[in-house]
Design a binder for this molecule. Structure first.
Ligand SMILES: [Zn+2]
Length: 68
């Protein structure tokens, strides 16, 4: 292995500025997921009906959110 090859495969650190959009996107996806699992029911429901509530029902109980 030559020195040039080792340089080409070296792992470079990713600047925080490049990671920030992914962090914001991940946080937003997590907040939406947490809302649908933890609060999408009754007075706080955005979507009419029980479909989403029933879909995430097991996750709600697993994570300890109040349900019924
Ligand atoms: Zn329940």
């Amino acid at each position: 292995m030559t020195y040039a090859t080792m340089q080409d495969t070296a792992v470079k650190p990713i600047p925080l500025r490049d990671l920030m959009p992914w962090g914001i996107f991940g946080s937003l996806m997590f907040a939406i997921f947490l809302y649908f699992v933890g609060a999408e029911q009754g007075a706080t429901a955005v979507v009419r009906g029980e479909t989403i509530h029933e879909y995430v029902h097991d996750a709600r109980h697993l994570l300890g959110f109040p349900c019924h």
